[in-house]
Design a binder for this molecule. Structure first.
Ligand code: GTQ
Ligand code: FE2
Length: 372
């Protein structure tokens, strides 16, 4: 349907009916092709090269309450340490055949750490971030730099940086991880190395060293010139995100430009050396909707994942609608039309996507249906 609206409909190939003799020859030919591992294009072109993307991943809604309950149960039953590495439970998209992929390129997990526990250091080529849904008390150590994790914080561990997590509080803590594990796995590009099991941080300071250098708005240290492919800033503190969104809405109240659309404030987390995305494969954003406000419906190449942080929202994906509450996670498969409608108290949503991959390769497209 969208195909007709967006581009020309494909015409089917015209194949005349085969006689019994011809059919027997065809069957034999196809059987031989299969034996020597060949397959013709003409029997599968519609599936392999659809008019517009036809994702195998489906839109799916995971309830935080359920995720948290199981993560907490695993905290009682499963130790964390060398080998398993992390008490992280990945979300498996029901359309992706049982792989622990929330989308074809992205991993999303809830990670849970009990008081006093240490998830030992390791490094891998996969890019990673954490978003703190609630709580505090865990420090993630990135190349020896201790980074505090608090509610609403967005934290980076770009590929090949050593990282470990430890909980020095008296309460357990849970957060979400996002990584490009499926992309690395399916493309056979992943490397992994163990680090030390010792704690390598020197105390638990209020701010990481990366924030001391890079978290001053519009100011970069002259000691680090040039561009880095991944952001050197390890923690994007909630207070900055919150203030930026509040200011956009305050500008709207005063009749000035600044919001994406009426009642919809949003920011992208950026790499301060380039102004671009925080990592080469993952984009991260935060969206704030006033009560009853809605985003503009859009189709996009690539995969999004939302986590409802505060308030409530109805998320429309294709013909489906999902009601999300605190912590709930929902994915949008490539090219499915999506929009978000805030509930009566408004909605705060964290979002990550694989869009930088497709932008870098000049494969990105967006389409906003007309008549809205
Ligand atoms: O915290 O280092 O969810 O390496 C998956 C792989 C978390 C981590 C995940 C990881 C980590
Ligand atoms: Fe890791």
């Amino acid at each position: 349907m969208l195909g007709a609206e967006y581009g020309a409909e494909r015409t089917e190939g015209q194949v005349p009916p085969a006689t019994p003799e011809e059919q027997a020859e065809l069957d034999e030919m196809y059987a031989r092709m299969e034996q020597i591992h060949m397959k013709p294009l003409w029997t599968q072109i519609g599936g392999l090269m659809p008019t517009t993307p036809e994702p195998r991943a489906v839109a799916h809604h995971w309830q935080w309450r359920e995720l948290y309950k199981l993560a907490s149960r695993s905290g009682e039953l499963v130790p964390v340490g060398r080998g398993g590495e992390r008490r992280a439970i990945g979300l498996a998209n029901p359309g992706l055949g049982g792989d622990t992929y929330i989308s074809p390129t992205l991993w999303c997990a809830i990670q849970y750490l009990m008081p006093g526990e240490n998830a030992p250091e390791h490094r891998h080529s996969q890019n990673a971030f954490r978003f703190v849904t609630e709580g505090e008390g865990v420090w993630t150590v990135v190349n020896g730099d201790p980074v505090p994790m608090r509610r609403g914080d967005f934290l980076l561990t770009p590929g090949w940086n050593f990282h470990g997590h430890h909980n020095i509080a008296t309460e357990p803590m849970a957060w979400i991880d996002g990584l490009d594990i499926p992309f690395a796995h399916d493309m056979d590009t992943g490397f992994f190395e163990y680090g030390t099991e010792e704690l390598t941080d020197e105390g638990t300071p209020e701010h990481s060293r990366s924030e001391q250098l890079w978290a001053h708005p519009g100011l970069r240290p002259l000691s680090f010139p040039g561009q880095a492919s991944a952001s050197p800033l390890g923690r994007y503190a909630w207070e900055h995100t919150d203030a930026a969104l509040n200011d956009q809405l305050a500008l709207e109240d005063a009749g000035h430009a600044g919001v994406v659309s009426p009642g919809h404030a949003a920011i992208r987390y950026t790499n301060p050396t380039t102004g671009g995305d925080v990592m080469t494969t993952i984009r991260a954003e935060f969206h704030r909707l006033r009560p009853g406000a809605a985003t503009t419906p859009v189709h996009e190449v690539g995969n999004r994942v939302f986590q409802l942080f505060e308030g409530s929202a109805t998320i429309h994906v294709g013909d489906e609608s999902f009601t999300a509450e605190h912590g709930d996670i929902l994915n949008v498969p490539s090219w499915k039309k999506w929009s978000i409608e805030a509930g009566p108290d408004g909605a705060d949503l964290f979002c990550f996507s694989d869009h930088p991959i497709f932008e870098a390769l000049h494969l990105a497209r967006t389409y906003t249906p007309k008549g809205i």
